[in-house]
Design a protein around this ligand. Structure first.
Ligand code: UD2
Length: 310
C-alpha cells in the first residue's frame, strides 16, 4: 500500500485517478482549491480519502500535504487556453510556480515519484503528424508556455534534485465528470449535454478538423503505469490513441449512440483553432507498456450510459 497525493483531485481527471488508487488499496490525500474542481466528483470517495482544500501555490499547504507521501499525481492547474489568454500571469502563477512549489515540497518530503499532467498544447500548430515527444515544442498560448516551463522544472528535479518525475502530455481527454458548462469545455461534453436535450450542437468551421480523443480511464492507467515503471523516470510521454477523429464524425457517432436524429449547426471557425492533432503513442507503448484500450466508440458508449433513451 502506498500513500498518494492527488493535486486537483476534485477535477475531471484527478477524481478518476483518486478512484483508481482507492481501488488498488492505496491511501489517498487530495489537495484542491475547488476553483474548477467539484466535491461531487469525489462523492463516492470522500469517506475514504483525506481532503484538503487549499492552493498549490501556498508553500505551507504544499509542505503539509506532501508529508509521508510516496507518489504525487499533480493535476491541479488552470486548464483553459482562452482563460490563460485573458490572464497570462495567473496561468504562469498556477501552472508553473504552483508546480515548482509542489515539486519543492515533494522533494523535501522524500516523495518517491511525481507524475505531472501536461498537454499536447505544447506542440502548438506544428503541422507534422503524429506528434512525437522529440519534436521541438511550439507553445502558442500562456497555458502551453506555463505547462512547458513546468515540464522543464519536472525534468530538472529528476536530473538534479533527486526527485523522480514523469511527464504525461494528454491529448483530448473525454469521459464522465467532464464539465460541459463553459463555452471552452471539451467538445464531447458540450455535444453530449446539448444532444441529450435534443438541441443541435454547433460545429465550428467545416467540422473536418480532427482530434485524438482519449478516454479518461486510459489516461488513469497511463498515470498508474508512469508511477510504477522503473525506467519511466525523467521521461515525457504522449497520452493519446494515435487515431484522428473529425468533429463531423464525432457528431455522427454521438447521434448514433444517443439515437437522436439531429442536424448540426455550422458556425464560423474558432479563432486560433488548430486543424489536426494526433499523438504517436509509441514511446508510452515501449516504455510503459501503455496503449489506449477503450476505443472512441466504446468511450462514447460508456460516457452516455444512463442518458440513452430506452
Ligand atoms: C484541447 C484542450 C486544451 C488544449 C488544446 C491544445 C480540451 C477541452 N481542451 O483543446 O486544453 O490542451 O487541446 O491544442 O481538451 N468544437 C466545436 N463545437 C463546440 C466546441 C468545440 O466544433 O461547441 C470544436 C473546436 O473548434 C475544435 C474541436 O471541437 O476544433 C475540439 O475542441 P475542444 O475545445 O474540445 O479542444 P481543443 O482541441 O481545442
Amino acid at each position: 500500500m502506498s500513500v498518494c497525493l492527488v493535486t486537483g483531485g476534485a477535477g475531471f481527471i484527478g477524481s478518476h485517478i483518486v478512484d483508481a488508487l482507492l481501488a488498488r488499496g492505496d491511501r489517498v490525500r487530495v489537495l484542491d482549491n475547488l476553483s474548477t474542481g467539484r466535491l461531487e466528483n469525489l462523492s463516492a470517495a470522500m469517506e475514504k480519502i483525506e481532503f484538503v482544500e487549499g492552493d498549490i501555490r501556498d508553500e505551507a499547504t504544499a509542505q503539509k500535504v506532501a508529508e509521508g507521501v510516496d507518489f504525487v499525481f499533480h493535476l491541479a492547474a488552470m486548464v483553459s487556453v482562452p482563460k490563460s489568454m485573458e490572464k497570462p500571469a495567473e496561468a504562469e502563477s498556477v501552472n508553473t510556480i504552483g508546480t515548482l512549489n509542489v515539486l519543492t515540497a515533494a522533494r523535501a518530503a522524500g516523495v518517491r515519484r511525481l507524475i505531472f499532467s501536461s498537454t499536447c498544447a505544447v506542440y502548438g500548430d506544428e503541422p507534422t503528424l503524429p506528434k512525437t515527444e522529440t519534436m521541438p515544442p511550439r507553445p502558442q498560448s500562456p497555458y502551453a508556455i506555463s505547462k512547458l516551463a513546468a515540464e522543464a522544472y519536472c525534468q530538472l528535479f529528476n536530473e538534479s534534485f533527486g526527485l523522480e518525475t514523469v511527464v504525461l502530455r494528454y491529448f483530448n481527454v473525454f469521459g464522465p465528470r467532464q464539465d460541459p458548462s463553459s463555452p471552452y469545455s471539451g467538445v464531447i461534453s458540450i455535444f453530449v449535454e446539448r444532444m441529450t436535450k435534443g438541441v443541435a450542437p454547433t460545429i465550428f468551421g467545416d467540422g473536418e478538423q480532427t482530434r485524438d480523443f482519449v478516454f479518461v480511464e486510459d489516461v488513469v492507467r497511463a498515470n498508474l503505469l508512469a508511477s510504477e515503471t522503473p525506467n519511466a523516470a525523467g521521461k515525457i510521454f504522449n497520452v493519446g490513441t494515435g487515431r484522428q477523429v473529425s468533429i463531423n464524425h464525432l457528431f455522427k457517432s454521438l447521434a448514433d449512440v444517443l439515437r437522436r436524429e439531429l442536424s448540426p449547426r455550422y458556425g464560423p471557425p474558432r479563432p486560433g483553432d488548430i486543424s489536426h492533432s494526433c499523438a504517436s503513442p509509441a514511446l508510452a507503448n515501449t516504455v510503459l507498456g501503455w496503449s489506449a484500450q477503450i476505443s472512441f466508440e466504446e468511450g462514447l458508449r460508456r460516457l452516455t450510459t444512463g442518458v440513452v433513451p430506452e
